[in-house]
Design a protein. Structure first.
Length: 348
């Protein structure tokens, strides 16, 4: 199993390294370019469509080296991921109604529910279904919102996938491990060109895809020997940074009397770290460090008793509240501009 995971990871890595320059040339030819403006931090036009390279490398690696999947679950995940990625390409190319984006995300999440890829924590099935849909939509958009600085969303996605891969290998979960390995390789291969200074952005096609696959992978993750009322925290911790960033943005904009869903701006964690004096690279690397630390805590939670788990969870929650309060006080440059529902600010 471990050998197969490594083959999937390596193939996705090589494919992404090879496909990203091709995606860059296509984006330039088609004019799918992110132009700089007052609410973005990059100063030169940067081609999009890097997400298409991530998507292609991910799918190809799974199909080449996979084989031990439940076909219905795999198809639902790949079809749903393809749908959100297509919506992202459409939005990058021509712009897409926010309502249509949301409907598409709910439809993609519904594909998971229909094939049994759903949260099963609660006694009532309708609650499990609603929470599953909410989880997928929130994580998909959280990764979309996190894509606001060179290398940030791709790096955080890769780190989260590494921890999902470790947990899958520890618990003998082939589908979760294969999905995670493919995502790690595709993200790292893309980061060769996306880390500061980036020569290509992933665009909505990539960030929505990453969020959807990470959300689905988290739902599939199981802990046969863990305590269920504790292990639910594991995916929340692993994806804690994008969730925290989304919470910070919502709280900050509400406090300033702005609509949190229609007001993009340079007010994310990464922007505030830069405002505190870090360089952009340092801000991104610090986010990587926090994401890795939360992953280590998640590994501990899988083996913790109920008391240990909730004590650790309470400490992390308290630290998050303190960090949210501290970062919310930090000023940031740029005026707010109006945008669409859950629309990525793309302030690279």
């Amino acid at each position: 199993m471990t050998t197969t995971f490594l083959l999937i990871l390596a193939s996705a890595l090589v494919l992404a390294i090879g496909a990203t320059p091709v995606a860059r040339r296509v984006a330039l030819r088609l004019g799918i370019i992110d132009q700089p403006n007052a609410r973005k931090i990059h100063v030169n036009p940067i081609p999009l469509l890097g997400g298409v390279a991530i998507y292609g490398a991910f799918i190809a690696a799974l199909l080449i080296f996979g084989g031990r999947y439940r076909l219905d679950e795999l198809i639902s995940i790949l079809v749903g991921a393809s749908l959100v990625s297509f919506l992202g390409v459409w939005d990058d190319r021509r712009g897409l109604s926010p309502l249509l984006k949301l409907i598409g995300q709910i439809l993609a999440a519904s594909l998971l529910v229909v094939t049994g890829v759903r949260i099963g924590t609660f006694r009532w099935e309708i609650v499990n279904i609603v929470v599953t849909l909410g989880w997928v939509v929130v994580i998909t958009n959280a990764m979309n919102l996190l894509d606001n600085m060179d290398g940030l969303s791709g790096g955080v996605g890769a780190i989260a996938a590494v921890f999902f891969l470790l947990l899958a290998a520890m618990n003998g979960q082939y589908l979760v491990g294969a999905l995670s390995a493919a995502l790690v390789g595709a993200c790292v291969g893309f980061l060769v060109y996306n880390f500061n200074p980036a020569s290509i952005f992933m665009g909505d096609a990539g960030s929505l895809f990453l969020g959807y696959v990470l959300a689905a992978t988290a739902i599939k993750l199981r802990f046969p020997e863990g305590v269920e009322i504790v292990t639910w925290m594991v995916p929340v911790l692993i994806l804690g940074l994008p969730l925290f960033d989304t919470a910070l943005v919502i709280v900050s904009r509400l406090r300033r009397g702005l609509n949190p869903l229609t007001t993009p701006g340079k007010d994310h964690v990464s922007h505030r770290l830069v405002a505190m004096g870090y360089t952009r690279r340092e801000a991104v690397l610090l986010c990587y460090l926090v994401c890795s630390g939360l992953g280590v805590v998640a590994l501990f939670i899988t083996q913790a008793s109920i008391i240990e788990g909730y004590v650790v969870g309470a400490v992390v929650a308290l630290a998050a509240l303190v960090a949210l309060w501290r970062l919310e006080q930090v000023g940031f440059p740029g005026k707010e501009a109006r945008g669409g529902f859950f629309r990525k600010n793309q302030a690279h």
